[in-house]
Design a protein around this ligand. Structure first.
Ligand code: SF4
Length: 461
C-alpha cells in the first residue's frame, strides 16, 4: 500500500491568501501566495514525511487548514534548514545554546541562537525526499554515533555529533549552565576533546541553588552575560552596545507578552480553540527563537493572537478536537506527548512548564540591561528549588484547568529525573489531581509502549 500524503485543500486557499506576509530579520518578506506554493508543491516533494498520514501523525498535527498561522508555523518549520544554510552563506553567526534561557543577549549580538531541538531540525532538513521512517532512522543513526563518541549517560539532545562531524556550520557553543539540563556539562566538556577541538566554547556560569535574591549572584551572572556577548562579538567582529541589549530586551518582552496573552486567551475558552500541536507551536512563538528568526516569529505571533481571539469570541473549536477532552499539563525538559494520538484517546494538552517559565518572565527595560537580564534569569520559576517550582507549576495547572499531569524525563536527563517524584508529590498533595511520571527514549517516534501508558492514564482520567 502506498504512502498517503496530506494535501492542503484549495477550498481554504482564498482565506489564506488574505492573511499577512511574514517578515524576516533581514527585512525580506514572504507572501501568503509564496507560502501556499511552498506548502502545496515544494514542501511535499522535499519533506514528504511531514505530510504523511500515518499512525504517528494522524491527520491532526498542523492540519488546521482554516487557521492561517497553523500553516505558517508549518512553513517556517519546513524551511528552517534552508534558511539556516542561507544565513550561513551570508555570513551570519550561529551559536549553539542549551539550558532553557531566553535568547536576548544572542539577539543583541546579531547571532542566531539554536537550542538542541533546532540543531537537530537543521540537520534533519538537509536531506530531502525522506518518508517519516527514513527521517527517523537517519536521526537515530546520528544519535547512536553521539552515544558512542560522547557518553551513553547523556541525553544526546544536544547535537554533539553534528558539530563534531562538521555537518552544521556552528560558530560557537555558548550555553548557560542551569539546573534543568545535565547535558550541558557533558556536552561542552566533550567538545573540548572531540575531533573539532577548535570550535569556540563559552559556558555562561549560572549560580545554582537559591541565589535569586542575592546581590552578589546577580552581579556575578551579569558579568558572565557581558563575557558571553564579548565572545559572540569575537565571532561576528562587531561591538554590541548596552543599547543593543536593551533593544533586544524590548523586542523579546514584546514576544513574551504576546505569547503569554495568547496562552491565557486559549485557557479562557470554554472549548479548546486549537488542537494540542497548534497550541504548542503558537505559544512557543512567544520566545521568538523557535524558528531561528525573531522577526518572523513575531510577525506570525501577532497574527496568531488575532485569530485565536476571534475563535474564542465565536466559540470555534480547534481541528479534530473531541467534545470535553481531558486536559493534560506536561512537565519536564525537552519533552512532549504525541498530541494527535493522545487526542484520539480523549485528551488535549493544555500547557507545559518548560519554555513557558521564561516566556512569562519579563525583563526590566530601564537601567543596566545585563543586570536586568541576570536578575530575571535567576528568578525563572523552572530553575528554583523543588518547592518553589512546584508551587509555580500548581498555579499554571489551575489557570489551565488541567485534569491531569504527566512529568516526562528523557533518558539521561538526570536533573529532571531526580526532581520528578518530589514535584509531582507536592502537586498531587495540594491539588488532588492525578499525576504520572514517564521516562522517554529520546529521538524516536512515540513508541507503542509509551503511548499505551499515556493512553492508560487518559483512560483513568
Ligand atoms: S533532555 Fe534534559 S539533559 Fe537533555 S538537553 Fe533537555 S534538559 Fe538537558
Amino acid at each position: 500500500m502506498g504512502t498517503q500524503l496530506f494535501r492542503y485543500s484549495e477550498d481554504n486557499k482564498e482565506k489564506f491568501l488574505e492573511s499577512d506576509n511574514i517578515t524576516f530579520n533581514d527585512g525580506s518578506v514572504v507572501t501568503p501566495e509564496e507560502i501556499w506554493h511552498y506548502l502545496t508543491v515544494e514542501g511535499p516533494e522535499k519533506y514528504p514525511g511531514s505530510f504523511e498520514v500515518n499512525l504517528y501523525q494522524g491527520n491532526r498535527a498542523s492540519r488546521d487548514e482554516t487557521l492561517p498561522t497553523s500553516l505558517k508555523t508549518h512553513y517556517l518549520g519546513l524551511t528552517f534548514s534552508d534558511r539556516m544554510e542561507k544565513a550561513k552563506d551570508r555570513g551570519k553567526s550561529i551559536a549553539f545554546i542549551q539550558g532553557g534561557q531566553a535568547v536576548d543577549p544572542y539577539t543583541a549580538a546579531d547571532t542566531i541562537a539554536l537550542r538542541p531541538g533546532l540543531v537537530n531540525q537543521w540537520y534533519g532538513g538537509l536531506e530531502h525526499g525522506n518518508d517519516i521512517n527514513k527521517a527517523n532512522l537517519r536521526r537515530r543513526k546520528s544519535k547512536e554515533k553521539a552515544f558512542h563518541d560522547m557518553s551513553f549517560e547523556a541525553c544526546q539532545t544536544g547535537g554533539y555529533e553534528h558539530v563534531q562531524e562538521g555537518d552544521l556550520r556552528i560558530d560557537v557553543i555558548a550555553p548557560y549552565t542551569v539546573l534543568r539540563c545535565s547535558d550541558v556539562s557533558y556536552g561542552v566538556e566533550a567538545h573540548r576533546h572531540g575531533p573539532k577541538k577548535d570550535v569556540k566554547l563559552f559556558n555562561v556560569d549560572y549560580p545554582l541553588r537559591y541565589q535569586a535574591d542575592k546581590p552578589w549572584a546577580i552581579e556575578y551572572f551579569a558579568q558572565n552575560l557581558r563575557r558571553l556577548v564579548g565572545t559572540l562579538d569575537e565571532v561576528t567582529g562587531r561591538v554590541t552596545t548596552e543599547e543593543d541589549v536593551t533593544k533586544a530586551i524590548q523586542l523579546h518582552n514584546e514576544g513574551r507578552r504576546l505569547g503569554t496573552e495568547l496562552a491565557e486567551l486559549w485557557w479562557s475558552a470554554d472549548v479548546p480553540p486549537t488542537n494540542s500541536a497548534d497550541r504548542a507551536s503558537l505559544v512557543a512563538l512567544g520566545n521568538l527563537e523557535v524558528h531561528g528568526d525573531v522577526q518572523a516569529s513575531l510577525s506570525v505571533l501577532k497574527e496568531a493572537k488575532k485569530f485565536i481571539a476571534e475563535r474564542v469570541r465565536n466559540g470555534v473549536k480547534g481541528h479534530a478536537v473531541i467534545d470535553n477532552p481531558k486536559r493534560i499539563f506536561i512537565l519536564g525538559s525537552c519533552v512532549g506527548i504525541n498530541g494527535s494520538r493522545s487526542e484520539d484517546a480523549g485528551a488535549i494538552v493544555v500547557g507545559r512548564d518548560d519554555q513557558w517559565s521564561h516566556c512569562t518572565s519579563l525583563v526590566e527595560e530601564e537601567g543596566d540591561p545585563y543586570y536586568n537580564l541576570a536578575k530575571t534569569t535567576l528568578e525563572y520559576p523552572y530553575e528554583q528549588s523543588i518547592e518553589k517550582r512546584a508551587h509555580w507549576t500548581i498555579e499554571q495547572i489551575r489557570k489551565s484547568r488541567a485534569d491531569g499531569v504527566i512529568f516526562i524525563h528523557n533518558w539521561g536527563c538526570n536533573t529532571q529525573a531526580a526532581v520528578a517524584r518530589p514535584i509531582v508529590d507536592i502537586i498531587k498533595r495540594e491539588t488532588g489531581i492525578p499525576t504520572y511520571i514517564h521516562e522517554l527514549e529520546l529521538g524516536g517516534l512515540q513508541h507503542e509502549q509509551e503511548q499505551n501508558r499515556v493512553n492508560a492514564f487518559i483512560e483513568m482520567l
